[in-house]
Every structure is written in structure tokens, then in C-alpha cells.
Design a protein around this ligand. Sequence first.
Ligand code: AMP
Ligand code: MG
Length: 428
Amino acid sequence: MSERVLTFEQALDEVLAQTRSAAGPRAVESVELLTGAGRVLAAPVVADRDQPGFDRATRDGYAVRAGDVGEALRVVGSVQAGESWSGAALGEGEAIEIMTGAPVPVGADAVVMVEHTVLVEGTLRVEAGRSLRVGENVVPRGAETLAGKVVLPAGRVLGAAEISVAASCGLAKVQVFAQPKVAIVATGDELVELDEPMEAWQIRNSNSYTLAALVEAGGGFRGRLKVARDTRADLFERIAQGSMWDLMLLSGGVSMGKYDLVEEVLREFGAEFFFTGALIQPGKPVVFGRLPKRGSFQHGEDGEYSVPHDGPWNGEWTYFFGLPGNPVSAQVCFALFVAPMLRALAGRSEIAPVFVEARLAEEVKGGARVTRFLPAELSGGWDGVEVRVVGWQGSGDVVANARGNGYVVLPAGVEHFPIGLTVRVLLR
Ligand code: AMP
Ligand code: MG
């Protein structure tokens, strides 16, 4: 069996390269704006009108001609947000009281803040020494966007800021991509489900829940398939089911043990492997590839279900990751490799993982020959961001992992990471 073990950088490049071929045409749905929260825009949002639609005051004060600042000004009226000045154009020596968000009357070219003025018996004076620029405290019509311009490109996730833009353009419904379908297959003879009685030496199938939560957070539709026992027959059956989904996440069974059969069975399905391991710790046995998709999803009365294709292969792929069974390894591999692929399948344009920099709050011993991703706690405020490695019992230690909020990256071959060193951190 040919192995392909890559460095971390090579493995990530390989995933990112594959995301490009995975970014084919995908189904589009039209949903209510709020239902679209967290989904990916399938069509750009275009401004339906100039924003602002009028010259908008950004302060409470007086609309004036900037050049009149030194004069005694006559207040001729008032305009508030939601109305439009209906009097004559503002003339020389005149001021119109104006509220934030109101349209600046014709003839005025600036707004002076009320705090900078004195009003005595209808006569307004700007405080001595204050100057006023033309355009000060006014956002001109169309300065934020012009009608017809793209304000949100396709491929963006609809978060609150994007929903704000869509709502400002009057979009009650948005076009979003259909969510990628992600099958989760935990493998292992030792696994028990949460409601089953268990022996001391058995392990609860936590991975399948973890992965489901990660897939949902990453914009996928997830299905937890039945656990596959470490037999060829069981794995065969489960992988056959998983190969009707867009992405299949297997956990366990990819190490070198006698019962680690996942890769072998994947090969029986015609799998192509992009890598069969990465020089990372935890997560070294991670496997990434694709196999011919054998089915698709249909809508039924009880929701969606997968059905095998009959006839020849239609050219579509199911991507898969074989994740190590150890829960922290699986989570690290998800953050590094699965999340970018999931984002690509979801139609997002921003795909690569984002690393931040922080100073080590405590020294860390190095000397590893692989890139390490250790559970770590990132904290900080105005004075900068620091990170500290969480003490743990290895890659099965989900409790320690949950005490952190990310993974500190410790490059291979470095003997010692001193306190204060700037290091990279992958947030989760
Ligand atoms: P494996 O990669 O199959 O050798 O699994 C390594 C270890 O990960 C096992 O011995 C279990 O302790 C743990 N493990 C495997 N699968 C799961 C799972 N679904 N949930 C939680 N822990 C698991
Ligand atoms: Mg196993």
C-alpha cells in the first residue's frame, strides 16, 4: 500500500488545492433573510438605491454654509430624521436646526455640532476659534454605495454585518448555497453510544458528536451514521452509505494497528488518496482523499435521504477524511484540514485557516520532529495577546482540550520555545 506522508504545509496546500476542484456548481436556495444567518451567499447583493439616499447629517446641530462660521446666523427652521426640509434653500447668514440622520437642506454645505454653538434670542454663533470645513458632519448621497453596485459578493457568510447590509438593501429573501452533506462515521469495537451501558474499558463515542457540532458550525448538514465495528464488512457497508454524501468524515481505524482497516476498505471503493499521513502531532495518521460518489440526496416526506445511483458514475466525488480516533487529534485535524474543505464545499470564498500571533506566557519544551498543535489558552487585552499551553494527558484528553480555546503551533525541529516568543495560534 503506497503511503504519502506530507509535512503540515504540504498537507494544507494539498487540501487547499483540492478545494479548487471541489468548488463546482452547487444548488441554490432562496430563504428568508434571517433563515439565511450563517449560510453562504450564492448571489451578490446589489444596492437597490444610493446609500445614503440623501446628504445625511451625522450630528445634532445646525446646517449652515461653512463660510458663514464667523457670522451671526439667523435660525430659520428645523429638520429632523425622517423628514425633508420643505422651506426655501438655505441662504447666506442662515442656519437650520438639524438632527442626526436628517437630510441636509439645499443650500447648506456643512453641519456645525450643537455643542459648538451658542444661541441667544434666535441668533446663532459658532464658538470663537472654531472652523468648519465644507462637508463637515455630512455624509453625501451615495458616498457609502451607489445604486446598482455590489455591496456583498457571493461566497460571503451571512453574519450580522452582512444581514445589516442585505436589510439596508430591502432584501427580505436571500439566495444561499445548499449546505454540503457531511456523513460522520465513527469506527471502533470499543465504542458505545451515550445511552448504552458500558464497561470500564469501553469508550463513549464522543467523536461523532464533536464532529457533528463542528460540521454544523462550519455550515454543513450533518448525518451521524451508525458506528462501524472494526470489521471489513461493517466498514464496507458504512463507507458505501457515506459515499452518497458530499464529504465523509471517518474517525478511528487509520493508524497502523491490526484492526485499522479504514484505508484498505476505502481503496476497495476506488478511493484516490491525496495524503495518508501528515507530520503533525497530534493527528499524524490523518488521511485525505476522494472516491466516486455513489448516490445523491432526495427530498422525502420525512426530510432528506440518500439513494444510490443506478447506472454509470456521473463524475461526482465524495471527499473523505480519515481522522485519528483520539478526540483531540480528530479536532486538530478538523480545524487544520476539514474546515477548509467544508468551507469550500459550502461555497465560501475565504477558505484557508486563520492563524493569529501571540506571545508565549510560559516557556515550552521543543525538540519534536513534527509540527505540534497543542491545546492552548489565548488571552489578552490592550497590552497584547498571550498564549499558554494547557497541561494535558495527550491526545485523548478532551477535558484539558476544553480548557483551551485554540491550538498553539510549535514548529518542528526547534529545541526550546522561550517565554515571550511570538508564536502562531489557531483559534477554534
Ligand atoms: P484509533 O485511531 O482507531 O486507533 O483510535 C484511537 C483511540 O481513540 C481509541 O483507542 C479510543 O480511545 C479513541 N477513540 C476512537 N474512536 C473514538 C470515538 N468515536 N470517540 C471517542 N474516542 C474515540
Ligand atoms: Mg480504532
